[in-house]
Design a protein around this ligand. Structure first.
Ligand code: ADP
Length: 348
């Protein structure tokens, strides 16, 4: 019986299990068996629990129970050793010994670079973009992004309700690493008045000025959605120098964060600004229907490609359709940040 292998790698994202379920169902349909590899590229090397436990044949019945679960049943991890060409050669040898016709890698940009290297070593790989960050330019959405945005929208709506009750503006930090898409979509969907992202420079003084105007106009629940990576695009501001005279416990050279931003804005605007960091709930939520449908189509496409002898591809969505393109082309594309939307949100 021919076999394919699947692993999840990098940060987990809602929908990874749904994709594995779709892969398992399609594989079973074509009479292929499915090998699960645990904890990303570590599993290929038997680094955690030994090859006999990290690499195992997945039973369709068990896999069917996973579809609705958040997280990733296969576990995920980063694998620093995989940056070493010799280690990758060992992984490719192990895969050849398993006699698989190909490997499906569900992960983000880094995981795709790993898959690209395995392709060069003769292992046909298919990538499914599993990351909440939406930071892969070749695809309109990554698996988990829609769920993360919906999770944030629900949280921001709740924060805006209590903010209104108490006349307190809010700083809400969301995830996304170096990509501001989660913050942008969350701000757009919730009607938040200020959004800060890593793609655009911003200053604390400008934010304070806009917040002061909003509050003066009666908008006491004004909400600042800040992407976790946005502090890197902040114009220089010495948190220590500014907050220390107010008795705030800050240390010299301390970097800006959501709490310090709220404290700074509170002193600058005299409004009771409060901070919330939404955190890991964004990664562990039940996947939305949109993510599950993409997972279903992507998992199916991955197996069909490998069965047809086509490798070195990644799957994405364009014009709302699931498509595939070469991994090399995909990794060369550059991102187009929605600057006009960013400007609109920050000016209305
Ligand atoms: P993500 O896939 O979510 O972007 P990482 O960037 O942490 O997460 O990458 C996940 C794993 O992919 C890394 O731990 C490493 O094993 C592998 N990887 C990342 N970059 C490369 C690379 N340039 N070459 C080979 N493998 C890589």
């Amino acid at each position: 019986m021919s076999r394919i292998a699947v692993l999840t790698s990098g940060g987990d994202s809602p929908g990874m299990n749904s994709a594995v379920t779709s892969i398992a169902r399609t594989a079973a349909y074509y009479g292929l068996s499915l090998i699960g590899i645990k904890r990303g590229y570590n599993g290929l090397l038997g680094l955690k629990d030994g090859a006999e436990n990290d690499i195992y044949e997945m039973n369709l019945d068990t896999v069917l129970d996973l579809a609705d679960l958040p997280g990733t049943y296969l576990r995920t991890a980063r694998c620093a050793q995989f940056m070493d060409p010799k280690v990758r050669e060992e992984a490719a040898r192990n895969l050849k010994q398993l006699d698989v016709i190909g490997l499906v890698v569900i992960g983000g940009d880094g995981s795709f670079h790993g898959a690209q290297q395995l392709c060069k070593l003769g292992i046909p790989c298919i990538g499914i973009p599993g990351t909440i960050d939406n930071d892969l330019p070749y695809t309109e959405m990554t698996l988990g992004y829609d769920t993360a945005v919906n999770c944030d929208v629900e949280a921001v709506r709740a924060i805006r309700a209590t903010s209104r009750s108490h006349d307190r503006p809010a700083v809400v930090e969301v995830m996304g690493r170096n990509c501001g898409d989660i913050a942008l979509s969350t701000a757009e969907a919730t009607g938040s008045e200020i959004v800060l992202v890593p793609e655009m420079p911003w200053s604390v003084e400008e934010v304070a000025e806009r917040l002061t105007k909003l509050v003066a106009a009666g908008n006491t629940r004004a909400t600042i959605v800040v992407a976790e990576g946005a502090y890197a695009s902040m114009k220089p501001f010495d948190v220590y120098e500014y907050l220390r005279p107010f008795g705030k416990e800050v240390y010299h050279g301390q970097h800006m964060n959501a709490n310090l931003l709220a404290s700074t804005l509170k002193h600058m605007t005299h409004a009771e600004v409060r901070a919330t960091v939404i955190g890991y709930t964004q990664r562990g939520c039940q996947p939305t229907a949109r993510d599950c449908t993409f997972a279903f189509e992507a998992g199916n496409m991955a197996v069909v490609l490998l069965k047809s002898g086509i490798g070195n591809q990644v799957i994405g969505t364009r014009n709302n359709r699931t498509f595939h393109t070469s991994i090399d082309t995909a990794l060369c594309e550059t991102r187009n940040f929605k600057e006009s939307l960013y400007n609109l949100i920050n000016s209305l």
